[in-house]
Design a protein around this ligand. Structure first.
Ligand SMILES: [Zn+2]
Length: 73
């Protein structure tokens, strides 16, 4: 019985540190990103490090899990 429906995939596997990191990454992936070109929130990750806007087709290289490449932890 899963405790949280929003975070599937890892379950009770791995340690707490990994799960925390996964949660962080997951939140970043799900978060809405603003397109630097048309300012709509349709920016989506196409593949690792590549972000594309569904609205105007603008493609940008960024971090693997976020558009900005700031890494915390
Ligand atoms: Zn755009």
């Amino acid at each position: 019985m899963p405790r949280s429906k929003s975070l599937r995939g890892l379950g009770a596997k791995y340690g707490g540190t990994v799960r925390k990191r996964y949660t962080n990454v997951h939140r970043l992936l799900k978060a809405k990103k603003e397109c630097p070109s048309c300012a709509s929130l349709k920016l989506k990750r196409v593949s690792s490090g590549i972000w594309s806007c569904r609205s105007c087709g603008f493609t940008i290289a960024g971090g693997a899990y976020d558009v900005s490449q700031t890494r915390k932890g």
